[in-house]
Design a protein around this ligand. Structure first.
Ligand code: SF4
Length: 237
């Protein structure tokens, strides 16, 4: 099934702390009144301009295989190709917070309001992640409430451009999912417009199938090791 998913703005507004930490502010700087006020102003602006939209589509394993293979540019070995053959369910997804926040960031930079512009940009990045997480939560709850997965199973997201899935994979993903319906366009570079959008696959299955080591060739260039945090969250789902 292909469907749009409603997520209220209130669910994607990040905390002041996450915006500050995203800007590299350390513990000692979190109580700085100037920074706090700047982040509050950015978040109020963000709440007025944010227009969350999301789209998901269930996919059979064989169909995902075609999407994932893409144009054959993925790394030789990847976590996704080990995980999805054991998945119970999977769905493509795309989310965006809309174009107005990004337009405002550009305006602020043009007006030399760099600090506020950077805070708003960071709020937008955090919110995009919160939106994707909210869509993943809804997907997992739907699968559980319809008894298609048990509590021993969880859901994990993967996106083109990460963990060995070549960014060009966006091409077939967009052909299949059609995120243009919610206002996301794919550029020739395979980046999305609005920039604060994300897309990929949600894979559902027994939590054991997601266990993997960061020993792939591309892990040497990874700066976030975000899979470790996501695996921790998965175990708590
Ligand atoms: S270490 Fe980085 S690149 Fe490697 S699997 Fe984890 S998130 Fe992906």
């Amino acid at each position: 099934m292909r469907k749009t998913v409603d997520v209220p703005v209130s669910e994607v507004i990040p905390s002041v702390e996450s915006v500050l930490r995203g800007q590299g502010v350390t513990d000692s700087g979190l109580d700085d009144p100037y920074l706090g006020e700047l982040a509050e102003t950015a978040l109020k602006m963000f709440a007025r301009l944010c227009r969350p939209a999301a789209l998901t589509m269930d996919l059979e394993r064989a169909d995902f295989e075609i999407v994932y293979r893409g144009h054959g540019r993925n790394a030789d070995e990847t976590p996704v190709e080990l995980i999805y053959p054991n998945a119970k369910h999977m769905a493509l997804y795309a989310v965006t917070i809309g174009s107005r926040v990004g337009e405002r960031v550009t305006e602020l930079f043009d007006m030399n309001e760099f600090a506020l512009g950077a805070m708003l940009d960071m709020a937008a990045s955090e919110a995009t992640e919160l939106l994707a997480r909210a869509v993943e939560d809804q997907y997992r709850q739907e699968l559980r409430s319809s008894k298609r997965i048990r509590n021993s199973s969880g859901v994990m997201r993967f996106s083109p451009g990460y963990c060995g899935w070549d960014l060009s994979g966006q091409g077939l993903l967009f052909e299949r999912l059609g995120p243009e319906e919610i206002g996301i366009e794919l550029r020739e570079t395979f980046l999305m417009t609005p920039l604060k959008s994300t897309s990929g696959v949600m894979i559902a299955g027994h939590k054991d199938i997601f266990e993997f080591e960061c020993s792939y060739s591309f892990c040497n260039d990874c700066t976030t090791f975000s899979c470790r945090d996501r695996l921790k969250e998965l175990r708590q789902q």
